[in-house]
Design a protein around this ligand. Structure first.
Ligand code: CO8
Length: 260
C-alpha cells in the first residue's frame, strides 16, 4: 500500500496506520480523507488483519482537525461535499470487520477527535488534548462529532464540549467516558500493541460479530438488538473457530483461531 499522507505497517495480525502530515499536525485535507477511505476499503477484506491501531505522526498531534487552510474560500456545496467525504471515510473506519484502536498521542481536535470517535477503543497519552473547537471558527463539527459524541458520552457533556470549543485533558475525557485508558506518552504505543495482541489472540470472527452486534445494536430498539445478537451468535456456530475455542477449553489448552 502506497500513500502520500498515510504510513502503514503490519506485524503479524496487527496493522498500524499513522496519519502522516506532521508539518500540519496531521490535519485532514482532501487527500488524507481520500487515502483513508481507500485504505479502509482495501484492508476490510484482508483476513490476516485482526486489529488496526491508528495514531498520528510526531509527538505533538494525533490529528489537529480538518485542514483549516484548505477550507478557506470553499463554497457551501464544496463544504457539504467535504463533510460527506470525511463522514464516508470515518464510516469506513468504523465498520471495519475487526477492532480499531485509536492511540491518541497528542492533539485530537475537531476532525481528529471525530476520527478517534469512529474507532472502537480510545487509548490516550497523558499529554493528549481532545476538543471540538469548530465553533471557534464559526463552524460546527461535521465529521460525525455531533452524532458520535452524544452517543458516546450523552447529550449534556457533548453539548458542553461542542458549544464551548474548549480543549479537554485525556483524564477529563476518560471521566467523560470516551477515553478508555490514559498512559504516559512513552508507553502509549506499547500499551496499544499489548491490547491489540490480546484482542488478536481471540476468535477473529467472534470479535467481528461482537463488534457488529455492539455497534449496530446500539442504534436499534433493544428488542431488535437482542434478536440480532442471537442471530449473530447462531452464525458463529458455522465457524471452525467456535469448535476450536470450545474444544481447547475442554482439552485445557490455548485455542489457535484461524479466522474461519
Ligand atoms: N489545519 C491546518 N493546519 C494546521 C492545523 C489545522 N487544523 N492545525 C495546525 N496546523 C498547522 C499550523 O498552521 C502550523 O503550520 P505553520 O507552521 O505552517 O504555521 C503547524 O500546524 C503547527 O501548528 P501551531 O504552530 O499552531 O502549533 P501550536 O503548538 O502553537 O498549536 C494547536 C497547536 C493548538 C493544535 C493549534 O495548531 C490549533 O489550534 N490548531 C487548530 C485546531 C482546530 O481548530 N481544529 C479544528 C479544525 S475544524 C475541524 O476539524 C472540523 C471542521 C470541519 C469543517 C469542514 C467543512 C468544510
Amino acid at each position: 500500500m502506497n500513500f502520500e499522507t498515510l504510513l502503514y505497517q503490519q506485524d503479524g495480525h496487527i496493522g498500524t496506520l499513522t496519519i502522516n502530515r506532521p508539518q500540519a499536525l496531521n490535519a485532514l485535507n482532501e487527500n488524507v480523507l481520500k487515502e483513508l477511505k481507500s485504505f479502509a476499503d482495501e484492508i476490510k477484506t484482508d483476513k490476516n488483519i485482526r486489529v488496526l491501531i491508528i495514531t498520528g505522526s510526531g509527538d505533538k498531534a494525533f490529528v489537529a482537525g480538518a485542514d483549516i487552510k484548505a477550507m478557506q474560500g470553499m463554497s457551501p456545496k464544496e463544504a457539504e461535499d467535504f463533510s460527506i467525504a470525511a463522514q464516508n471515510a470515518f464510516n469506513a473506519v468504523e465498520t471495519l470487520p475487526f477492532a480499531v484502536i485509536a492511540a491518541v498521542n497528542g492533539f485530537a481536535l475537531g476532525g481528529g477527535c471525530e476520527l478517534a470517535l469512529s474507532c472502537d477503543i480510545i487509548l490516550a497519552s497523558g499529554k493528549a488534548k481532545f476538543g471540538l473547537p469548530e465553533v471557534t471558527l464559526g463552524l460546527l463539527p461535521c465529521f460525525g462529532g455531533t452524532q458520535r459524541l452524544p452517543r458516546a458520552i450523552g447529550l449534556y457533556k457533548a453539548r458542553e464540549m461542542v458549544f464551548s470549543g474548549e480543549f479537554y485533558s485525556a483524564d477529563t475525557c476518560k471521566e467523560f467516558g470516551f477515553v478508555n485508558h490514559v498512559f504516559a506518552p512513552e508507553d502509549l504505543l506499547n500499551e496499544a500493541q499489548k491490547l491489540a495482541e490480546t484482542i488478536a489472540s481471540r476468535g477473529p470472527v467472534a470479535v467481528a460479530k461482537a463488534k457488529q452486534s455492539l455497534n449496530t445494536g446500539f442504534e436499534l430498539h433493544i428488542k431488535d438488538g437482542l434478536q440480532q445478537e442471537a442471530a449473530l451468535f447462531g452464525e458463529l456456530f458455522t465457524t471452525e473457530d467456535h469448535n476450536e475455542g470450545i474444544g481447547a477449553f475442554i482439552e485445557k489448552r490455548s485455542p489457535e483461531f484461524k479466522g474461519n
